[in-house]
Design a protein around this ligand. Sequence first.
Ligand SMILES: NC(=O)c1ccc[n+]([C@@H]2O[C@H](COP(=O)([O-])OP(=O)(O)OC[C@H]3O[C@@H](n4cnc5c(N)ncnc54)[C@H](O)[C@@H]3O)[C@@H](O)[C@H]2O)c1
Ligand SMILES: [Zn+2]
Length: 668
Amino acid sequence: MPENIQQKIEDLRTELHQHNYDYYILDEAAISDFEFDLKLKELQELEKNHPELYDPNSPTLRVGGEITKNFPTIQHQFRMYSLDNSYDFDDLEDWEKRIIKTIDEPVEFVAELKYDGASISILYENGKLRQGVTRGDGFQGDEITANVKTISDIPLTLHGDFPTQFFMRGEIYLTRKNFNKINLRREEEGLDLFMNPRNTASGSLKMQDSAEVRKRGLSAVLYQFISSEIPAETHWELLQNSRKWGFKVSDQAKLCRNLDEIKDFITYWDEHRHELPFEIDGIVLKVNSIKQQSQLGYTAKSPRWAMAYKFKAEKVETELLTVAYQVGRTGAITPVANLRPVLLAGTIVKRASLHNEDIIKKLGLHEHDFVYVEKGGEIIPKIVGINEEKRKVDSREVEYITHCPECGTELVRIEDQAIHFCPNDLHCPPQVVGRMIHYVSRKALDIEGLGAETIEQLYREKLVENPADFYVLTKEQLLPLERMAEKSAQNILDGVEKSKKIPFEKVLFGIGIKHVGETVAKKLAKNFDSIESLQNATAEELIQVEDIGGKIAESIVEFFQNPENLLMIERLKSYGVQLERGENPNETLSDILQDKTFLFTGKLSLFTREAAEEMVEKHGGKNISAVSKNLNYLVVGEKAGSKLKKAQDIRTIIILDEQEFLTLIAAE
Ligand SMILES: NC(=O)c1ccc[n+]([C@@H]2O[C@H](COP(=O)([O-])OP(=O)(O)OC[C@H]3O[C@@H](n4cnc5c(N)ncnc54)[C@H](O)[C@@H]3O)[C@@H](O)[C@H]2O)c1
Ligand SMILES: [Zn+2]
């Protein structure tokens, strides 16, 4: 055997292990699924011809996922397999032939959508949800029951005539709408955007705080009943029964009597999948009869009675017309490729995001190149390659801009993010307008009537330049504006007036301090009773507040060093905007914890972290975020880790369990 074959096999195994890790653990794939599957097939072929190089840990024999250390590990009573993949009808015909060899009676199939999310196994006992576990490595997974319970598609109690104990398997996914919502919020808060719904769903499931998981708005579909005794003859019947017991079962699943019906189903959904409110990456086919399923059995990695048909990411070629640079509300520059319009995945694509300078360099993009555009897992189409044969000899490489296209200021690049910013945040037009739009937004000052378009108009007419200017607008100024009737003008004035009652924490969010999102603003308003006390706080003092890190603290200090910001604050104050905490924001119950600081760590079971922190505040105490000499009490739940260790080294810190904490606040 040539040595290079052994090397080749080992290289492929190493490479695929790494891709599995990126995909399942980091939720950040480096290559497309199609490329991954090609490499896997290549390895499969090589291993088949060289059985002497067998390795039980080969990626061809194991489910790619792993368990994490963040949750209790649970053994699966029934192993969770992967699915074999096929990409064309020939593969399917081969599969059917293999089935017919084993089964000599007619075979029916159930065709289902292949939801692109994360799989889950849920244990039900006596009609109650008992436990939710991820697939993990197929043998054992992470116990994430609390997170699973936040998903409204998953019933907590069943109805009808359900078996006493069984597992329900399904997929947890994000609709496109909720995915976009999450990203919009992240954009508002200046956070990096998530890449696609699949890895966002899978990442959300692994969050420690189930209240945060709930906010993600996950969906679920259940597609498999599992127990040692199956109360039906067919998979189809099981699906219908599951629906009766209260499970959300796919409405699109279809019983198919032969391969032709399967092909029709596949062709239909390949074309119409973009009309679904969620993403699918293919179709799953399952042998309908439970008896036939057990006759067929399993390979090392997947059932022989099921097969995934994967859609190819659609790819088209088109010409790059220009590269434009957009300046966002936060000053971030996004390069965008303007393309000759082309039909892709059901929509006309005219533009593709180029993300940043590094990506453009990596592509080696030249002016007027013919590029390949793909719509894969991501919502925004992306350029995945260049047809260099069509490049003209004299064409120049695309050069990244050095100055802001809106205001001419020299751009700065934040190294670890590979993104360019326009630092002129107070005078760069999109940033100025963006800041005002943010100020009136629903979660900030919530000024109805003032939409993005009106604000842009007001800015063009030089009537407003920062949020304080809204408070001196008059009807005489508004009425001459395009499409502005008496009634809408009055609406704006009323809205502005009403905003003077909006509480401090929302104003703090609204004035647009970089990195101060909704949650941070709330925390700040709890810890500082007025804009003055916040203004006077040093970075060290700010870091003491829970969830406030160095980056946020620095940005707050910087904000208050700018005279223009101070002037705006002074003006807002003079117009009556709430720049201090109102009366009685959260009533106090006692002052027994006066001057005492608290920190909670580990998995709490008697109360949630939020409730606990609220109790501390209601009794006059303060929550801080790190173990230091300033900490008086550390309250530990299950599986407390590094914070507990650190606290044990500081003798002045009192360590309590949850019950002791309750006793402490109950003491008079
Ligand atoms: N790009 C990368 O780097 C990379 C790395 C690892 C894996 N992957 C991709 O992931 C695939 C392997 O992942 P996998 O093992 O999760 O297999 P899979 O995603 O191909 O198929 C199995 C999974 O499909 C899901 N599923 C969705 N709808 C279903 C339905 N109706 N019935 C049954 N199952 C349904 C289940 O979660 C099940 O676990 C690879 O083929 C590859 O495409 C990509
Ligand atoms: Zn600018």
